[in-house]
Design a protein around this ligand. Structure first.
Ligand code: TXA
Ligand code: MG
Length: 329
């Protein structure tokens, strides 16, 4: 599916969930209501679908996404739950609570969806339409709020249409969302920590577990000032040094290539992987974090990175590459 020509809006009738599941399975994008705001869903296990989702939203960078699942059992197959996480899930799922947890080694969610981090945000929404879609699909669905990047979160199908018409395949119109405010995000990594205030009040959570204060600057709400994941679990950082805009490869370097034109000296590289031999930025985004990890694991001290054009998803790809190349503190 490239360049969706039209955006269809359907009512949440008996066939809607199966229809949405088919679109998701084909790599398409489906907006649907949750109890908080409308989400823009993609198959979390399909890296190219996730790349298309970032493109449709016009995200300037690859923010990590929330994986939505039908129940806590499905969430446990993605992430490790400590006792605090178990207590919160038992009390508030389904509902407007997102937990940031250590990602399981066998978690099938595409690395792009978690921005290469070792943590993953998971949530079990409580809305009949969202639940029906998640049950029909049977796999995790990543769903940021269904607005263009920088706009406010949508609480009606009309808001979604105004932002995303012609950029996504399907909208399931379930009427206005009941809460209208995004989910509360709590990280259970070391000690439970409030990352984003939201529809579930802090006091409800504190009745069950104490909440540590987030690091300075974290805890902004909504899309206006999203939490930089770097404030909690640092941005994905390879051990190797990244050499950007490389036109030629030095002996012993690993190579992250892009496009059909080979790098000079490419034959000397310790290991070479191409983000997209045909120069497609959606394919490149889908491969970005997994290729970086594989090259890093080769043990090379330096990863030479060929230039990636700055248009479309290239802006977000270059943003991540620059962060990965920045000197560590
Ligand atoms: O109510 C909601 O949560 C809605 C509905 C659709 O479920 N979704 C939503 O997603 O608000 P989004 O992408 O607009 O906001 C998700 C927030 C972002 O600020 C992101 O940085 C943070 O969650 N996040 C996701 N994964 C994270 C992680 N591993 N560590 C820290 N923050 C994370
Ligand atoms: Mg948002």
């Amino acid at each position: 599916m490239t360049a969706p020509p039209a955006t269809e809006t359907i009512r949440p009738d008996a066939n809607a969930a199966a229809r949405a599941a088919r679109v998701l399975a084909a790599g398409g994008l489906v907006a649907f209501p949750t109890e908080t705001v409308y989400g823009l869903g993609a198959d979390a296990t399909n890296g190219e679908a996730v790349a298309r989702l970032y493109e449709a939203k016009g995200r300037p960078a690859f923010n990590p996404l929330i994986a939505h699942v039908a129940d806590a059992a499905a969430a446990r197959s993605l992430a490790h739950f400590d006792p605090a996480a178990e207590r919160l899930a038992a009390a508030f799922w389904p509902g407007p609570l997102t937990l940031v947890l250590p990602r399981r080694a066998d978690c099938p969610v595409a690395e792009l969806a978690t921005a290469g981090l070792d943590t993953i945000a998971v949530r079990v929404p409580d809305h009949p339409v969202a639940r029906a879609i998640l049950s029909a699909f049977g796999r995790p669905v990543v769903a940021p709020s269904a607005n263009r990047s920088g706009h406010v979160s949508p609480t009606t199908a009309q808001h979604v249409l105004a932002d995303l018409r012609g950029r996504i395949e399907l909208i399931v119109d379930g009427g206005p969302t009941p809460m209208g405010l995004e989910s509360t995000i709590v990280a259970c990594l070391d000690r439970p920590m409030l990352l984003r205030p939201g529809a579930l009040p802090r006091t409800e959570i504190e009745r069950l577990v104490p909440l540590a204060e987030p690091p300075a600057n974290a805890g902004a709400s909504g899309d206006a000032a999203p939490i930089a994941p770097g404030q909690l679990a640092s941005h994905y950082a390879p051990r190797a040094r990244l050499r950007l805009d490389a036109q030629r490869v030095e002996a012993g370097e690993a190579l992250l290539a892009f496009g059909p034109v080979p790098a000079q000296g490419g034959g000397r590289s310790a290991l070479a992987l191409n983000l997209s031999p045909r120069g497609d930025l959606i394919e490149a985004a889908a491969n970005l974090f997994s290729h970086l990890r594989t090259l890093d694991a080769s043990g090379a001290a330096v990863i030479a990175v060929m230039p990636v054009p700055h248009e479309g998803l290239g802006e977000a790809i270059n943003d991540r590459l620059m962060r990965a190349a920045a000197p560590r503190a």
